[in-house]
Design a protein around this ligand. Structure first.
Ligand code: PMP
Length: 400
């Protein structure tokens, strides 16, 4: 396998046939979609579209098979068994699922540990759970480089729910340290992998955690889908979250017996086409040369970090170096509002995100209302970074 950035980028139709370059540096919000995914969704919608599981006609069987194949592909990407891989409506939905299913086992005096850098998707569900059950939330500190600081947990700690990769600072969590402390007190660990999954296949079970949530639309797949890996023993033991069709083995007037396996947590008709798209994305990604892509993404990240370090008044919110860092770079430009920075840079064809990035407690920790974020994916090239600095120079000239 040889790595060819331009050939990889050419797989993404959104970049084709433009008069001016689209420097898409907002992949942390939603990544673009390659032809392999679009083709898979189109094939399903045009030749296999039917509801899954219950049908006995040929089309329904083909749809059911395609859905099962997609599950297997997502599971393989996470190095997890299919029987432990649940399709959800997204990463937020996956975390809410755990907050309800695992949350049903919590009560007053129990503790859930999060951190100050969590995306609101991995914070608000736990705040809601605490309000429902009387459990309490504890926050791990974040250091000056935007890294979660591991700590000892208490016997009352039942769950530790943290971002594997911060969507603001790009810091990669010290998972072994967190898992060691959690296991020492028998706490379960959930990782929010929304920002990790787009950067290559991973071994979720091998991390020693109990739950791993990913987002489809950040992993080059359609919107409205995500996945949750959950250990089989937990699938078996935890109560279902949503009730309805497909999640039951049997229903009587008096009650129901839940289905076994992932179906227990997949009430109603799932986002079938989108799930097939996610399966296609995972299969496509699994075949790429990740050491080369990671080196490429990190080289571009280094360019961003070096360039920003040379801009007076620019402050990077994450690690200054590449160690344990993902290609997400947020910064504050002194005296300039992030929205204004984004708007000016948009004129250069540079797509960025400005604001709190659904991480208000983290910005409060840095004494900021918001920041400007560049988030990279495998289709980014040097030309995107060049445009970024052209646009930033203009933003600085106009705004500061
Ligand atoms: N967690 C993190 C770290 C995220 O960046 C995001 C998306 N911004 C989410 C969770 C939410 O994911 P989804 O859009 O799939 O619900």
């Amino acid at each position: 396998m040889s790595f060819d950035a331009a050939a990889l980028r050419a797989r993404f139709p959104i970049f084709a046939g433009r008069e001016t370059r689209l420097a898409y540096l907002d992949s942390g919000a939603s990544a673009q979609t390659p032809d392999a995914v679009l083709d898979a969704v189109r094939t399903f919608e045009t030749s296999r579209r039917a509801n899954v599981k219950r049908g006995v006609h040929a089309l329904a069987e083909a749809a059911t098979e395609a859905y099962a194949t997609a599950r297997g592909r997502v599971a393989a990407y996470l190095s997890a068994p299919s029987e432990e891989t649940i399709f959800t409506a997204g990463c937020t939905a996956a975390i809410n699922l755990v907050a309800h299913a695992f949350g049903a086992t919590l009560g007053p005096g129990d503790e859930i540990v999060v951190s100050d850098l969590e995306h609101h998707s991995n914070l608000v569900p736990w705040q809601m759970l605490a309000a429902r059950t009387g459990a309490t939330l504890r926050f791990l500190d974040v250091d000056g480089e935007g890294r979660i600081v591991p700590a000892k947990f208490a016997a009352r700690t039942k769950l530790v729910a943290l971002a594997h990769v911060s969507n603001v600072t790009g810091a990669i969590l010290d998972v072994p340290a967190i898992v060691a402390e959690a296991k020492a007190v028998g706490a379960r660990v959930l990782l929010d992998g929304a920002q990790r999954a787009p950067h290559g296949p991973l071994d979720a079970p091998g991390l020693g955690v109990d739950f791993y949530a990913i987002s489809g639309h950040k992993t080059f797949a359609p919107h409205g889908v995500g996945a949750l890996w959950m250990k089989a023993e937990l699938i078996e033991a935890l109560p279902p979250f949503l009730g309805g069709g497909e999640m039951i083995a049997r229903v009587t007037r008096e009650g129901f017996v839940p289905a076994r396996g992932p179906a227990k947590f997949e009430a109603g008709t799932p986002p079938i086409g989108a799930a097939i798209g996610l399966g296609a994305a995972c299969a496509w990604l699994a075949g790429l040369d990740w050491p080369a892509i990671a080196a490429h993404e990190m080289r571009l990240t280094q360019r961003l970090l070096d360039g920003l370090a040379a801009v007076p008044g620019a402050r990077v919110l994450g690690p200054k170096g590449l160690q344990a860092r993902a290609p997400v770079v947020s910064f504050d430009l002194e005296g300039a509002h992030p929205h204004d920075v984004c708007q000016i840079m948009d004129r250069f064809g540079v797509a960025l995100r400005g604001g709190h990035h659904c991480a208000q407690p983290l910005h409060a920790r840095f004494d900021l209302a918001g920041s400007t974020r560049a988030s990279l994916a495998l289709y980014c090239e040097d030309a995107d970074i060049d445009l970024f600095f052209d646009g930033l120079a203009e933003a600085k000239r106009v705004l500061t």
